[in-house]
Design a protein. Structure first.
Length: 452
């Protein structure tokens, strides 16, 4: 079977415009069909990943677990192009491709430059995410293979071969998928390298409808086998799908729901993974909807939690009023006392404080009610965080921040909205410029609920 990810092909990106160009394995000349630039390629290098020395499995697993829970950080030098979580603005894609090409060219002559290799790997992952669903299969292939041919570190090569294998499996080219995987290391004690192998095994097993092999690769639950943080979403989807295929829909639903609600934004990550899986695989066809509903209930409960603080303020205001009025009724002032300043101030305090607390409490209760409705029945979308500002309110020494965002919802032009969220200042600063998953309801067009 000959697909865009066939092991028999060799596809590289044009140095001039980035278009995919098929070149001979043995090296030689080619010409870009888009810009006409000539291309000269050396012989196709050997990119198989060396096998790790044999190690006792228990010791290897201990090493892998010690590396878990460490998110992948954006390498220095990419701050102007890529967000900390790997997103590239559409208007920066051309520049990102130029930087990718220049970095790749540098590594051809300086393969030991580790900093440049880390930048190339991160850029490749970010660009491939931006290209997902574009239909440019050869362009995606050229991105992965172009990086693979200049990367020297085993974990970098394993990552690219894993991408190539999974995409071959996605297109039904199982022979090529196995060929790309055959050049990977199955026994590494580096978590990213091991996770790539396990995920790719599970992906190919999913393509061949072999759920027991998926669970052997990934474990029966999220605690059985450590997986690199960047691959947790795909692991949980493949694992849950395997349980569903074996008839355990409730196990699959619970697994997805736990993951989606464990941290903000993971619900959207699961949805994204399921969306790019081949439609005919029907990944998590029964369990995902139930998990989605359970996740929505969790988000709605969290969004409506501000009502509790509102009721506290409202009842506190009433308590102040009752105490003052009770004292006044039991010991009413005479006509002379009513004219004194202290008593007038006391009356103003007795009326003003309860009224202020009550109005603030009612506003919080109504706001929480709106947020709950948005979370329960709103539309999913993405939003770019534009600004965060203190509102002046603090709860348990944590400031309430106003979050201003630009919202993208299917079928609508981008628009601005806002929300309020309890957040420490250092957490707020990390959100500026980020794309975050949100929920939006046309009944309240100026408000959103953040899923982070």
């Amino acid at each position: 079977m000959n697909t865009s990810f066939s092991y028999r092909l060799r596809v590289l990106a044009c140095d001039g415009c980035g278009a995919a160009v098929e070149l001979p394995h043995g090296g030689g000349h080619g010409r870009c069909h888009r810009c006409g630039s000539p291309m000269v390629a050396p012989m196709r290098p050997e990119t198989a990943v060396p096998r790790s020395p044999p190690m006792q499995e228990q010791v290897r697993m201990t090493h892998l677990r010690q590396q878990d829970g460490r998110p992948q950080m954006r390498p220095p030098g990419l701050e102007a192009l890529v967000s900390p979580t790997g997103e590239i603005d559409a208007w920066k894609l051309g520049e990102a491709r130029q930087v990718w090409g220049a970095t790749r060219a540098h590594l051809r002559s300086q393969p030991s430059d580790l900093a440049a290799a880390e930048r190339l790997v991160f850029l490749t992952m970010a660009l491939s995410n931006a290209m997902a669903g574009s239909g440019d299969e050869l362009g995606l292939r050229a991105l992965y293979e172009g990086a693979l041919e200049v990367l020297a570190l085993p974990r970098h090569r394993q990552l690219m071969r894993g991408y190539l294998a999974r995409n071959a499996a996605r297109l039904g080219d199982l022979e090529s998928a196995q060929a790309w995987l055959a050049g990977c290391d199955p026994g590494s004690d580096d978590l990213q390298t091991d996770s790539v192998y396990r995920i790719t095994q599970a992906y190919i097993a999913t393509a061949t409808n072999d759920p027991p092999s998926v669970l052997r690769a990934l474990g029966g639950s999220e605690v059985d086998v450590p997986i690199h943080d960047t691959m947790d979403p795909i692991a949980v989807v493949l694992r849950a799908n395997a349980w569903e295929r074996m008839g355990n829909v409730e196990v699959a639903r619970g697994m997805l729901a736990r993951f989606m609600t464990s941290q903000g934004g993971l619900g959207a990550a699961v949805e994204s993974v399921a969306k790019v899986m081949p439609a005919h695989w029907q990944v998590c066809a029964q369990s995902l909807q139930g998990a989605r509903m359970e996740h929505r209930r969790h988000v709605a409960k969290r969004a409506g939690s501000g009502a509790g603080a509102g009721w506290v303020l409202l009842l506190s205001g009433l308590a102040v009023a009752v105490v003052f009025l009770g004292g006044t009724i039991s010991d009413p002032p005479d006509a002379g006392e009513l004219a004194t300043g202290p008593l007038l101030l006391g009356l103003l305090f007795a009326v003003g404080l309860p009224a202020g607390l009550g109005l603030l409490g009612l506003r919080m209760i109504r706001g929480a009610k709106r947020q709950k409705i948005i979370a329960e029945s709103g539309l999913q979308g993405q939003a770019r965080v534009l600004a965060l500002n203190r509102t002046g309110t603090e709860i348990n020494d944590v400031p309430v921040m106003r979050v201003d965002v630009e919202v993208s919802v299917a079928g609508r032009a981008p628009f601005r909205a806002s929300t309020k969220k309890l957040m420490q200042p250092h957490e707020a600063s990390m959100l500026i410029g980020r794309e975050v998953p949100i929920l939006w309801h046309p009944k309240y067009p100026d408000e959103v609920v953040l899923e982070v």
